[in-house]
Each structure stands twice: as C-alpha cells, then as structure tokens.
Design a protein around this ligand. Structure first.
Ligand code: FAD
Length: 385
C-alpha cells in the first residue's frame, strides 16, 4: 500500500493549480454572474491535456486513470475555478465511451475528449423518477435501422455548452417486452431536441436545463456499445461521477479552508490574531481533518476503480462523495464564520459558495441514497424502500 502520490501526479496537481490561480475566483465569479461560462479556462486546460488525462493514449489522451482526472478537478476547485462539466464530460461520458463504445464511437468522440474540444452532458434525472432511476420513462424504439427517442430530463448540467448529451433511456426487450436501460449519444442540435434553462439560486458558470426529447430520430450507432450491457456501462460511468463529485467538493473545501485560515492569521480584534481563539481554531482544525479523510477515501475509490475493481470502487466512491460534500459544507460555513461580516461580502468570495456546496449533498446522488447504499450493502441491513 502506498499513501504517496506519484511524482507525475504531484507535478500535474502543481501545474493545474497554477493555471487555476492564473484565472482565479474573480474570473470565475465574473463569468458566473454575467451568465457566461469558463470557456477560456476550459479551452486552455484542454489544450494542455489536463481534461484528457484519462482518455486512452491511442486517442490522443494522457492514458492515465480517473485518479489523475480527479486530481485535476480538485485543483481547479481549490483554485476557486470549479468547472462542473468536468464531472460529467470527461469523467462519465468519455469513460463510458472508452470502455464500452464501438470502435467507430471511440474514433468519433475520444480525440475530442482528449483535447476538451468535445463537451458532453449526461442525462439520467427525470421529473417523475428522481432518485429512483428504475422509474425512468425516456424510451427508444426501433424504426428500421434508426432509433426514435422520446422523454424528458431535468437538471441536466451544461446542455448549452455541449455538443451532445449521453442520455440514459430504455429499450424494449424483443423477447420479454420488458424495458431495459440503454445509453444514447444525442447531438444537442438533432431535430426534436429542445432545452430550456432552469432558473437556479446558484452562482455558477454552468447552468442546468430541462431537456425535451420529442421523437428524436437517431442513427443505429447512437446506441452506446451493446443493448444488453447497459447496466454495466451505467456503473462504469457512475463510479467516476461519484469520485469526481467527491474531488470537486474536496477542492472547494480546500479553497474555503485556505481563505479561512489566512484570514484567521491576519485579522486581529483583541490584540492577537483571531486564530488564537480556540473557538475559531478548533472548527478549522476539524474541517482540515474532514477534508483529508474525504480526500483519502476519494483516492482509495479512484485507485480501486483504476485497478478494475468496479464493485469495491462503488462502496468507496459513495463514501467519498458523502464525506466530500459534508467537508465542503462545513468548510464554507466555518470560513464564512471566521470572516465575520466580511464572510457575506462579495469582495471576499465566500458567500456564493454557501449554496454551491449544498449541491454536493443532493447531486449526483443524494446523501440519503448514499446512506441507503451503505446501510444495505456495507452493513447488510434490510432495504428500506
Ligand atoms: C446543480 C445540479 C446539477 C445537476 N446535474 C445533473 C446532470 O448533469 N445530469 C443529471 O442527470 N442530473 C443532474 N442533477 C440532478 C440530481 O442528480 C438529482 O437532483 C438528484 O439525484 C436527486 O433527485 P431529485 O432532485 O429528483 O430528488 P428526489 O429523488 O425527489 O429526492 C428528494 C429527497 O428525498 C430523498 N429520498 C428519495 N428517495 C429516498 C429514499 N429511498 N430514502 C431516503 N431518502 C430518499 C432524497 O435524498 C432527497 O433528499 C443535478 C442537480 C443539481 C441540483
């Protein structure tokens, strides 16, 4: 067992942190507040190979694992430049296509993922299904060699920035007539695809959308991989999503903690820095412990996933996602507290994170669904729902 990251990953973290710092949180907020995106940063990160670190080398990527991609995501977040699409585009979509796509699909999409030029959203959530993805009703039927897809998705991140959406739908089993999951690559400009922005109380450079699929005609090769392997494909994407979600939260937590600690060392109202008071120092120390534990679990999940242990990775990825979200919520809350009134002033770049970190408890999988998983699978308790 080794608890030290490789020299390559340490160097990667440093380079990404420098790029993130060159843009900084002010750039991020300016883009978010004006309804813009982080295109300049995304494109530069893509050109430098940071977004494609886990794409196989033969398609122009770095050939590394999800652990490296998660490190990239964490460092951008820790620099105050969180890019939500990293959790879906390179982590879920590129991974699923690299592992399960046909040769043609790999050749069509992976080189673009390697450079960041391709962006793909991921759509599983539906208004009437929510956490219960067994209830999704987006359905594809065969029409000659084509597929015709219909349904509705909600809270889909970054559809306006994406070339295509990886849609989780269902197809009818020819033998049993039962509906089974299937993944489709749906170009955002395909006839019948419409999307509308959901007004959110979040200051984010990536928006959420309702996605309407109205008899969208897709070629036969829009189906990812095989019709019978969709469950495995889905899990291949959901573990990286959770690992990335954890690293995203850990990065934001680090950003907030750094700010809080710096302020606690500088600000003085009783003749000594406020960090002298244990009432502030201890909660910051607790947050530091929570962040390190969450990071360690995310690294374990990534190491298991990269070693091919999908099942083992599932438990660790869920735990890491949970721990990361909690650490981020506590880190931002405590950092705001340390800043006193300044914690809520725009100039200090913390107040907007109060809502943002809350998302980590809801998406990509809610805190309660993680607890259900752990209760059932790790503890062997009866299923409660
Ligand atoms: C900013 C943001 C970005 C998102 N991006 C995407 C995206 O790109 N693609 C995508 O597909 N989705 C995305 N989502 C959706 C997200 O994954 C869902 O919101 C999440 O899975 C919860 O589903 P829901 O909102 O329908 O809540 P519901 O399923 O309605 O749950 C409501 C509450 O009930 C609890 N609950 C539900 N079932 C149980 C149970 N059995 N036991 C205990 N508690 C339960 C939940 O934990 C939650 O607290 C995003 C959401 C947000 C907020």
């Amino acid at each position: 067992m080794n608890f030290t990251e490789s020299e390559e990953r340490v160097a990667l973290r440093k380079a990404v942190a420098e790029l993130g710092a060159a843009y900084g949180h002010e750039y991020y907020l300016k883009q978010a507040r004006s309804g813009g995106h982080t295109d300049e940063l995304w494109d530069e990160a893509g050109r430098l190979g940071y977004l494609g670190v886990s794409v196989p080398e033969e398609y122009g990527g770095g050939g590394a694992g999800i652990g490296d991609l998660a490190a990239v995501c964490e460092e951008f977040c820790a620099a105050g430049t969180p890019m939500l699409l990293m959790v879906v585009s390179p982590a879920i979509c590129a991974t699923v296509i690299a592992r399960y796509g046909t040769q043609e699909q790999k050749e069509r999409w992976l080189p673009g993922f390697a450079t960041g030029e391709v962006r793909m959203s991921f759509a599983i959530t539906e208004p009437d299904a929510g956490s219960n993805s067994h209830k999704i009703t987006t359905t594809a039927r065969r029409d000659g060699s084509d597929w015709v897809l219909g349904g509705r998705k909600v809270y889909i991140s970054g559809v306006d920035e994406a070339d295509a959406v990886l849609v989780v739908g269902r197809t009818e089993d020819a033998r049993t007539g039962k509906l089974k999951p299937a993944l489709f690559i749906v170009p955002t400009d395909a006839p019948g695809v419409e999307y509308s922005r959901i007004e959110m109380d979040l200051v984010s450079a990536d928006s959420q959308f309702s996605l309407f699929l109205d008899d969208v005609r897709l070629p036969g090769d829009a189906l990812v991989g095989s019709e019978d392997a969709a469950i495995a494909q889905l899990f291949a994407g959901l573990n990286p999503e959770r690992i990335m979600g954890a690293s995203f939260s850990v990065g934001v937590a680090r950003y907030a903690l750094d700010k809080g600690v710096r302020y606690a060392k500088e600000r003085s109202v009783w003749g000594a820095p406020i960090g002298t008071h244990q009432g502030l120092a201890h909660p910051l120390a607790q947050v530091k412990i929570e962040v390190e534990l969450a990071k360690l679990m995310a690294q374990k999940a990534a190491a298991l996933y990269d070693s091919g242990d999908d099942f083992g990775a599932g438990e660790a990825a869920n735990m890491a996602k949970y721990a990361g979200a909690e650490a981020a919520v506590h880190a931002v809350d405590q950092s705001v507290q340390v800043h006193g009134g300044n914690g809520m002033a725009s100039e200090y770049g913390l107040g907007t994170l109060l809502g943002a970190v809350r998302v980590g408890r809801i998406a990509p999988v809610s805190r309660e669904m993680v607890l259900n998983f752990v209760a059932q699978h790790s503890l062997g308790l009866p299923k409660s729902y």
